[in-house]
Write a protein that binds this ligand. Structure first.
Ligand code: UDP
Length: 323
């Protein structure tokens, strides 16, 4: 049985990944400092509470286990916060990731799956965005992800380190069995905030800007179901475990929905009134991010099963109603 280290496995995406890895017969070790994750979201395997800043602690972990690969989900994820506090983002997302990569290299572990982001592209020159689109981030969060992608290229050249960078568009939805869902504190993501407003846990949802160059003036995003996203990670992992080379893939469904469309659909699905307030643009937000995921489909054999936004919101709603 192969052992996979999942850094950030107590968070939203990481915890869904741990569940899917276990279901597919992998041994899993979750590493998380619990700054944003939840211990009870880790449904199996070993758990180690440790910070990626703790290099000696990482070394001890790699001495204890023989990892076949590492999946790295542990990072700070708020675009707006990264604009206000860039040092936090460069330290956590770049410097701490470098600790992990160096430790892997020192222990001869050379397969890595990296949570990258559509934010590495910046303001799109064309949509949908394919992997050849220039990467010119417009916020510190995007720069941190792009810098790690660059570090991985250099590690491949220097150390034959094989990595798959997965550039997420907007992850949403919840585990089909209802065990896991999106639980950020504070919550900043659109779909959970809209559903909390539907439940009356928030007085309203604020729409950040309605003067974007989009059909209804609100930002357009490509929402991808968490289970489909994790399935792509599983295929990327199998690719590397089978001796595959380094790759980067965009992961989305190729269809953009505006903030207003998301709110309208959530209103229909929940049957609840969702009060809306129109506010200022949020710093660092591109107008339109839509993925061209042809490569992931062709090269990894990825087949999204829950591409429909209504299904994504439905699954998120099932989870939010219970929690
Ligand atoms: N958004 C919004 N109000 C909110 C939260 C988000 O209008 O309270 C918008 C945000 O500006 C972006 C879209 O919803 O255009 C998705 O934002 P989210 O934070 O969910 O993901 P991101 O696109 O930043 O990864």
């Amino acid at each position: 049985m192969q052992t996979i280290l999942v850094a950030g496995g107590a968070g939203y995406i990481g915890s869904h990944m741990v569940k899917i890895l276990l279901a597919n017969g992998y041994q899993v070790v979750t590493l998380d400092n619990l700054s944003a994750g939840y211990r009870d979201a880790v449904l199996g395997g070993d758990f180690v509470q440790r910070d990626l800043a703790d290099k000696a602690g990482l070394d001890a972990l790699f001495q204890r286990y023989d990892f076949a690969a590492v999946m790295h989900f542990a990072s700070s994820i708020q675009v707006g916060e990264s604009v206000i506090n860039p040092a936090l983002y460069y330290r956590n997302n770049v410097s701490n990731t470098l600790n992990l990569l160096e430790t892997m290299q020192q222990h001869g572990v050379k397969r890595f799956i990296f949570s990258s982001s559509a934010a590495t592209f910046g303001e799109p020159q064309y949509v949908p965005l394919d992997e050849n689109h220039p990467q010119q981030p417009i916020n510190p969060y995007g720069w941190t992800k792009w810098m790690v992608e660059q570090i991985l290229r250099d590690f491949d050249f220097a150390h034959q380190f094989k990595a798959v960078c997965l550039r997420y568009f907007n992850a949403a939805g919840a585990d089909l069995e209802g065990q896991l869902g999106e639980r950020h504190n504070p919550e900043t993501h659109l779909i959970p905030l809209v559903l909390q407003a539907a439940l009356g846990q928030r007085s309203h949802i604020t729409v950040f800007g309605q003067d974007y160059p989009t059909p209804d003036g609100t930002c357009v995003r490509d929402y991808i179901h968490i289970v489909d996203l994790c399935q792509a990670h599983l295929l990327a992992l199998q690719h590397l475990l089978n001796g595959g080379d380094s790759r980067a893939y965009n992961l989305g469904n190729g269809t953009g929905f505006s903030v207003k469309q998301v709110i309208d659909m959530a209103q229909q699905i929940t049957g609840m009134n969702i009060p809306v307030v129109y506010g200022q643009r949020r710093e660092g937000d591109p107008a339109r991010l839509v993925a061209d995921a042809t490569w992931a489909k062709q090269q990894l054999g990825w087949q999204p099963r829950y591409a429909d936004l209504a299904t994504i919101i439905q699954h998120a709603w099932q989870w939010h109603r219970k929690h």
